[in-house]
Design a protein around this ligand. Structure first.
Ligand SMILES: [Zn+2]
Ligand SMILES: [Zn+2]
Length: 279
């Protein structure tokens, strides 16, 4: 165990935040260029953003960090690969940072609380927070997770070369899409805690942290804006608690379950009907 922890302490330095930040900047500049010069490429980037967005929100967050829905192994591997290509850093690191956020929410030691760090830092620089991989020890046991971590840059460089050989424009669309997906996901960290008043945050129940439900944010980032709900019940894959709290990612997960694990949904339905589970 001690040897494993030593390896993890060393391994967290494999991911150079400067490289991720540079790619984030390049993606942002390309996107800026698309906005003014090529609207079709902008639309393509938004389309690809949704694919990366699903991998981050339904995958990194609701599946890998919280284990909230039963995913078939083949789909888990696919989501892991797409997430790796979204340039959010390796899943192991993402999950470690996120679990630490839940563990120490808005206290000292929260990796990205806008109460302790500036909102701009949370939005653009949270990469620079070194992950404490002890938080993702369970995932580390999976050889696919380890491979995606150890060969993170190799996989992304190979992917970039393949895209470039097919069509160099694809590399630009890829980087612009990863930037958009990053902004979409990081907006929750920056804006769903200590939320500015003009986003009309609500707090229906009290929590020790500063998380809020932010309907505007929920609309633009696939339901993640129901952040207070999520902090109260992190084990749930559907974040809406009231009928009008629409959660796009929750619906996508529901459709995925309907296609791959209908028996699970049926079982869930019976348990709720018989009040075996309360939520
Ligand atoms: Zn939070
Ligand atoms: Zn979470």
């Amino acid at each position: 165990m001690r040897k494993l922890l030593k390896i993890l302490r060393y391994k967290r330095h494999i991911i150079d935040p400067k490289a991720l930040l540079t790619l984030e900047l390049v993606g942002g500049l390309i996107l800026f260029y698309f906005i003014f010069a090529d609207i079709t490429l902008l639309i393509d980037s938004i389309r690809v953003m949704y694919i990366f967005g699903f991998a981050i929100i339904a995958g990194n967050h609701r599946l890998f960090a919280h284990n909230s829905w039963p995913c078939p192994t083949w789909l888990k591997r696919l989501i892991l690969l797409v997430s790796t290509l979204s340039l959010h850093g390796p899943v192991l690191a993402w999950v470690a940072v996120h679990r630490q956020h839940h563990h120490m929410s808005d206290q000292e030691g929260d990796p990205h609380s806008p109460l302790h760090k500036s909102r701009l830092w949370v939005q653009f620089l949270s990469y620079t927070y070194p992950p404490d991989l002890r938080y993702s020890l369970d995932l580390y046991k999976d050889k696919w997770q380890r491979a995606m971590f150890d060969f993170y840059w190799v996989i992304n460089i190979v992917f970039a070369v393949i895209l470039f050989l097919i069509n160099p424009v694809f590399v630009a669309v890829w980087l612009a899409a990863t930037f958009l997906a990053q902004m979409q996901a990081f907006a929750v960290n920056a804006l769903a805690h200590n939320t500015p008043w003009f986003l009309f945050p609500t707090k229906e129940k009290s929590t020790k942290d500063a998380s809020r439900n932010v309907p505007i944010l929920a609309l633009i980032n696939g339901g993640e804006g129901w952040h207070l709900n999520h902090h109260l019940k992190p084990w749930k894959w559907y974040f809406g608690e009231k009928w009008w709290q629409f959660d796009l990612t929750g619906v996508q997960i529901f459709i995925t379950l309907l296609l791959t694990k209908p028996s699970y949904l049926l079982d869930l339905y019976h348990k709720r009907k018989n009040n075996v589970i309360a939520n």
